[in-house]
Design a protein. Structure first.
Length: 306
């Protein structure tokens, strides 16, 4: 597919709301917790002398459509811009992460399903190089949905992904796992394999309600399967500071989780759907856009917290 990159970030949020008077916009900013909250200093990540061992991070939320896949792709791309080697793991049978990097799931000979379920298949057999320098991909397709059923009868079934990833952890600085929107066995596998969890949270009331259940699942995995697991942070996504609802939900998130909430906030923009069609991250599709800048700031935070 041929496409022309959009370099400018000025018109990306153009809509009727952009016609607000300057006075109204300033008033909204003055009451916007994403603008007024106290932020930590963002330091430039230091250059690396060598790679590894990787920090494994799951991007997890049982609610769909909250920006997990978008965040996995663009955070990975931003980390790679800072010289980090990144492995992206598509752990969702829908294969959205793979599509977002230009891979067609139905054309795969092998996927994460084969890596989990076939003992003679190694990670190198499934691994794909992406068009983004510094990023490799373990792709997925609908076959992975069968693994949830087949793993039930396996010994140490929750540790299957961790065993598969272990041989290559010294080759990467970050492994980002894009989880499916559920709290089933695949998600438990991802959490068991991880050092940390990032929860992308849409600034909408019903998204907020489900976070308690997810936190409970993380704590159970920590107690029973993976004592090293911790909550790295909560990432506010699809944020629109012009709406009272978004501001109220974000304020509640700050009250409940405090410093666990990343300073970086991902705002709504038309750029993200465009990048899915283009099959590349926003950092290369629209490098000067607010979305690209936000994910670079998130990468700085992730590196500083690691």
């Amino acid at each position: 597919m041929t496409s022309s990159r959009r370099q400018d970030g000025d018109a990306e949020n153009a809509d009727p709301g952009a016609l607000f008077s300057a006075e109204r916009v300033e008033k909204a900013k003055a009451t916007d917790p994403a603008v007024t909250r106290q932020r930590r200093e963002l330091l430039e990540p230091p250059a690396l002398q060598r790679h590894g061992p990787a920090r494994v991070i799951s991007l997890c939320n049982q609610k769909g459509g909250v920006g997990k896949t978008t965040s996995a792709i663009n955070l990975g791309a931003a980390l790679a811009e800072f010289g980090r080697r990144v492995l992206l793991v598509d752990f969702d049978p829908q294969g959205a992460l793979s599509v977002g990097l230009g891979v067609q799931p139905h054309q795969l000979d092998r996927s994460t399903y084969n890596l989990l379920m076939e003992r003679d298949v190694t990670l190198d057999d499934v691994l794909l190089k992406t068009s983004v320098p510094g990023i490799d991909l373990l792709p997925s397709n609908i076959d992975l949905s069968a693994a949830e059923i087949q793993l039930v009868g396996e010994v140490a079934r929750e540790q299957t992904l961790a065993r598969a990833l272990r041989p290559v952890l010294n080759e990467y600085d970050f492994v980002l796992i894009d989880c499916q929107p559920s709290l089933g066995l695949l998600t438990v596998n991802a959490l068991t394999a991880s050092h940390g969890v990032i929860i992308p949270l849409e600034c909408e009331f019903f998204s907020l309600r489900g976070v308690a259940l997810l936190i409970d699942t993380i704590e159970k995995v920590q107690q029973r399967l993976n004592p090293d697991l911790k909550l790295d942070g909560i990432l506010a996504t699809m944020y629109d500071g012009r709406t009272l609802h978004s501001r109220e939900v974000f304020s509640r998130v700050l009250e409940a989780f405090g410093d666990a909430v990343y300073d970086t906030v991902i705002t709504r923009t038309v750029r993200f759907p465009e990048t899915t069609v283009a099959g590349e991250p926003i950092t290369s599709w629209a490098p000067t856009s607010t979305g690209a800048k936000a994910y670079r700031n998130l990468a700085r935070e992730v590196i500083s917290r690691s």
